[in-house]
Design a protein around this ligand. Sequence first.
Ligand SMILES: [Zn+2]
Length: 506
Amino acid sequence: MTPEDAAHTPAPADIVIRGGRVVDPRSAQDGIADVAVRDGRIIAVGQVSATARSTIDARGLVVAPGFIDLHSHAQTPIGLGFQALDGVTTALDLESGTLPVQAQYAAAVTEGRPINFGFAASWAVARMHVMAGIPLPTPAEDGTLTTAMEVFQRNQRLPAWHRIATRAEVDSIIGVLADAVSQGAIGIGVLLGYAPASGREEYFRVAELAESAGVAVFTHSRQMSNQEPGSSVDGALEVIAAAAGSGARMHMCHINSTSLRRIDDVARAVTKAQSRGNQITTEAYPYTMSSTGIGAAFLAPDRLDRLGIEASAITYLPTGTRVRDVDELAHLRATDPGGLCLIDYLDGDDPVDVRTLLRSFDVPGTVVASDAMPIVGPDGRYLSGRSPLPEGSRVHPRSVGTFARTFGWLVRDLGALSLPDAVLRTSTIPAEILAPFVPRMRTKGRVAPGFDADITVFDPHRINDRASAIRIEASVGVRHVIVGGEPVVIEGALRTGTAGRPLKSR
Ligand SMILES: [Zn+2]
């Protein structure tokens, strides 16, 4: 072979995925094609003749852009491993968020993550820090770092932060958040519903900060109630007003669980506000059960009628048993406020309630986001590190099954979404929401030449979630997951890996 011949031989691809149904709605691609990957990027979609170091036979399978989860608190190797098996290639905690930003990113990079990750700045922890003197986590001698989620759960019932902040305190909170964004936090996560006594003006200041920094606010809205005053509609209108008044990008987290039975009114208001140019986006997860720390403000015994539930609709995860009555609820809230629980906010066996859940996706562009929770070990504490799953561990099934359930239940079984529409909502639109202020998102969310090789290959006939309230089980039907050109799931099995990269706003 002469040097000239060698120059004309096309460089081999690292991976070619052959013969799958490649779905990329933005280019109207939905048909059988090959996908070639080299150096972490997609270099060709179509009929690919190039040789490859490795080949994936995707006949009979769907080849989709890797799923992008805007709402995952499962920020550990084990939690993100389960998400990889659910087809997720990027999982971000944008609602609860984190602090301090640089140290938390550094700890995650040191420990390694199988899929891409990132965080918003945590308004709640900034508020606890400023108003209640709670110190921000600092690395231990072995380099480990308490997560912001643990700090939040442990301190959420402290009276010191459940009030209107003074002007000086608001200035300090805004200062902490501005610093966090300048360090690369992906916007500001606001657990407004966990501090319902906080000021409206403070929330508006947060929106103005986001607007000036060019990032988004990700809000768990203030109200969660089927009843006035202070209904879920009121909570949604506060977010809409902040978007209109500040011009900021405002994202409403899990509109399924915060809207409860008022979803039609919320959907109408959001849709109208969007059509008038306000930058409001929404997300939902496909379950009629929610999850949080049992000490959450909105689970106070005297508020249960607003949620339309009895105490027995709540399952306390450390024991896996249903709460007997309001007295037991009050006891658990006082003794273990951060103890995770499950809440049947709708009845999954009632077709009317299932339709209520599905109406969350009537809002244009509602994305699928899991709200994945940290896994609780048999001792009731959050699991960390890379240890195998201990017997008796528990977590809300959305943490490990949201995306497979979207394609198995919503798309295949119910026909509530078309497959290309589901690809838009699980990958393309989440990337587009973040692309204006997260540079690395501009090459994610598509299966097209030049985009990152974050790819999920799944069997549309078999894909399903399997986890339940009492048992953690990985999803089935996700055959291959590639992150930045590196195989993370092969033939349905997770390789322990560190392919994940941090995503930041700057
Ligand atoms: Zn939430």
